[in-house]
Design a protein around this ligand. Structure first.
Ligand code: HEC
Ligand code: HEC
Length: 359
């Protein structure tokens, strides 16, 4: 299924939107024989979710859950059917959370694969209405369904494993308020085991002894998948730890052909952005709020709902990550880049990894 030149690591655009691509990247990396071992749900599972786990509804939890789902995690990017119209992802009306089958011709999995983001509305027959709070919590944070089956890791449970218990409860409280949609979908079917590399790059620990704002920024970045999309995957299927957040992951689809950009504080990254510029960029999808529109594979339609304080925390966190010199731009003609092995704008300005240039 993969071209030997590494073309298979391109993220083909079958996705409802941005964050769907995130885990696909990890999955694709893992389909190579020498990828990291499969992380089973068992390895991840914690004692945090005992059988008696309950998510008691409160107005605070409802508001927090709605916010996390819409502005940060983008659950409905995957769990609702979408169409790409006029350079925008449009969710189909009345089907919020009702699940979708990812279009088979666009899923770069073995022929015969069917990848389904299930109906997570409270419909009792076809959704998760009959699940207990503990069962839903385990699906989200530990990656096992009601029956104990490990979920396919396109569901970003590895990231959601870092959710605080309070946030996990908040998400469940919110999901239970969705209008139930009766919509039966088939289940995910992958003809043979796909080795999944949940990749070390995404598992970066929270910054040690960092100020609270920076730790909150790390948490938001984890839930929002920044590292997953903004770290390249090399031809050998690995994510270089030296290029975390340095951009260079390739996305192709109805939205075009685009690379994620360098968002480390290097001058070749977002070193030029003040906090205000960063906030305006995230809120508008245009650099500084007045540049050309950035590609909608970047989930601005979610992040634009982030509160200014949260955007500020994200910015402060990004300021603390190691600067990586990696020139990359989607508006310049593509040239070969020795750092990520791709052909992208400004690629030829980069030198091979051994020669460390000025940052
Ligand atoms: C689904 C993949 C995806 C996710 C998730 C994602 N990004 Fe992006 N991001 C992109 C792509 C692709 C671009 C380039 C868009 C373009 O050039 O048109 C981009 C562009 C950007 C830019 C503009 C940079 C510049 O120099 O103009 C910023 C800032 C940014 N992303 C920050 C973030 C942050 C912060 C997060 C996490 C909260 C994040 N991104 C999550 C794919 C993603
Ligand atoms: C990148 C796409 C993606 C995102 C984002 C995503 N999911 Fe999922 N989710 C899936 C897929 C695919 C499955 C099914 C995997 C399988 O069947 O093995 C799944 C399964 C689930 C299940 C189990 C349902 C069942 O019937 O088995 C729940 C609950 C769930 N997701 C909730 C969430 C919540 C809540 C969020 C946001 C916090 C979220 N998901 C974000 C793709 C996604």
């Amino acid at each position: 299924m993969r071209a030997k030149d590494g073309a298979g690591k391109r993220i083909r655009g079958w996705l409802a939107c941005g964050s769907a691509a995130v885990l696909l990247a990890a999955v694709l990396a893992g389909t190579r024989g020498h990828a990291a071992p499969v992380h089973s749900a068992r390895e991840l599972s914690s004692a945090r979710i005992p059988a008696g786990f309950t998510a008691k509804p409160t107005p605070q939890r409802l508001a927090r859950g709605r916010y996390l789902v819409a502005a940060v995690a983008g659950c409905f990017d995957c769990h609702s059917p979408h169409e790409y119209v006029n350079k925008q992802w449009i969710a189909r009306k009345g089907l919020t959370g009702a699940g979708q089958i990812f279009p088979p011709h666009m899923v770069p999995f073995p022929p015969g694969s069917r990848v389904v983001a299930p109906n997570i509305t409270p419909d009792r027959a076809t959704g998760i209405g009959s699940w207990t709070d503990a069962e839903i919590a385990r699906a989200i944070a530990d990656g096992v369904d009601k029956g104990g089956r490990p979920l396919f890791s396109l569901m970003p449970y590895a990231s959601y494993h870092a959710l605080t218990t309070e946030d996990l409860k908040s998400i469940i409280v919110y999901l239970r308020t969705l209008p139930p949609v009766h919509r039966a979908l088939p289940s995910t079917h992958i003809p043979f085991p796909v080795r999944v590399d949940l990749n070390p790059a995404t598992a970066l620990p929270p910054p040690a002894r960092a100020p609270a704002q920076v730790r909150r920024g790390w948490y938001l970045a984890r839930m929002g998948g920044c590292v997953d999309c903004h770290t390249p995957i090399l031809a050998n299927g690995t994510r270089p730890a030296s290029m975390v957040l340095a951009g260079g992951l390739h996305f192709q689809g109805p939205f075009g052909d685009v690379f994620s950009l360098n968002i480390t504080p290097s001058s070749s990254g977002i070193g030029f952005m003040t906090e205000g510029m960063f906030v305006r960029t995230m809120q508008t999808g245009r650099v500084n709020g007045n540049g050309p529109h950035l590609n909608p594979i970047m989930p601005f339609q979610n992040f634009r709902h982030l509160r200014p304080g949260d955007l500020r925390d994200l910015y402060l966190y990004l300021q603390t990550v190691p600067k990586v010199r990696h020139e990359i731009d989607n508006t310049d003609p593509p040239t070969y880049c020795p750092l990520d092995g791709e052909r992208h704008g400004l690629g030829d300005l980069n030198s091979a990894p051994s020669k460390k240039g000025p940052r």
